[in-house]
Design a protein around this ligand. Structure first.
Ligand SMILES: O=C(O)C(=O)C[C@]1(C(=O)O)C=C[C@@H](O)C=C1
Length: 291
């Protein structure tokens, strides 16, 4: 049986994990903090960790990217996407007006994970413009905190499962800025994930340029361009060693052992760049996992 570390029960990660591992027997290891999710696999307590890495509305989850790159050396073994559906959750009785309807102006504070909150800004700005906002380590943690502080006027943004697990009401459903809101998850760990196959394979690399000289990034990209290798994402992030020094995180739409890719990477190393392979892994669409 596989053991898998992830954010708490009722988080979006939990929903996404159950969708990905549907039909497999898994021992779930829940952790409050993403650092502990990573460390569980680093310390061989779990086979894999589940990491939310990118969101349609919010973009990269920087804290998680930084852990993946700077703090651990855990290869990416799979990628999948899952819809992030967020809801406004609380004890409805606290916020009713005389007509028996929920009056959002009675809410004193809204709490949630910063990425989840950022996905609901239009709703918050329209319905709760003056309300204090506070961040938590996950959406599940936010919903749990509401039950620990009854009568304080606190509402949380989180999943339907978290509302039902904690006996709370859903006061507004599906409040993200648009409905086509997905989060991309990585499965990381040292064991290859072989239970499901996909014909779509990706490779993630980090490229560090030797120094800041004109055309350096152009040279890197041209190694892929003339070989007609498709890139699906490129992002610069600070190396954290010197202000103004960056590495490039690049996702390539092919497996590492595909004919042209090793020579492209050799060419990039030959111009003085450092290349680190973060993983070559199957990717699964939402629809693929639903079938
Ligand atoms: O807090 C949760 O529910 C999480 O699973 C974390 C997380 C994230 O870090 O991106 C995952 C998906 C949602 O987009 C919002 C938050």
């Amino acid at each position: 049986m596989k053991s898998v570390a992830l954010l708490p029960a009722g988080s979006v990660s939990d929903e996404a994990a159950r969708h990905f591992f549907h039909g497999e027997t898994v021992a779930w290891k829940y952790h409050r903090l993403i650092s502990d999710v990573f460390l569980s696999t680093v310390n061989n307590i779990s086979d894999y960790s589940i990491i939310p890495i990118e969101n349609t509305i919010e973009g990269s989850v920087s804290l998680h990217m930084d852990w993946l790159v700077h703090e651990v050396d855990l290869p990416i073994q799979a990628e999948w996407v899952y819809p992030s559906i967020q809801n406004l959750i609380g004890n409805q009785a606290e916020f009713l007006n005389e007509a028996g309807q929920v009056d959002f102006s009675k809410i004193k504070k809204v709490i949630s994970h910063p990425v989840a909150m950022a996905q609901c800004l239009q709703f918050l700005n329209e319905h709760l413009p003056q309300t204090e906002r506070e961040h938590t380590s996950s959406t599940a943690e936010a919903v749990k905190m509401v039950t620990k502080q009854p009568g304080q006027g606190i509402a949380a943004i989180g999943t339907l499962i978290a509302a039902s697990n904690n006996g709370l009401d859903v006061m507004a459903r599906s409040i993200t800025d648009h409905n086509n809101n997905f989060t991309r998850f990585f499965l990381v760990g040292s064991k290859p994930y072989e239970a499901k196959q996909s014909d779509r394979v990706k490779t993630s690399i980090l490229v560090t340029l030797p120094e800041d000289y004109p055309g350096a990034l152009h040279q890197v990209l041209s190694a892929f361009a003339w070989r007609r290798i498709n890139l699906s994402r490129i992002e610069s992030r600070p190396t954290k060693k010197k202000l103004g020094n960056y590495y490039f995180y690049i996702e390539i739409e092919m497996a590492l052992d595909t004919v042209l890719l090793p020579s492209a990477l050799q060419e990039i190393e030959a111009i003085g760049c450092q290349v680190r392979i973060l993983g070559s892994y199957p990717r699964f669409t939402y629809e693929q996992l639903c079938n």
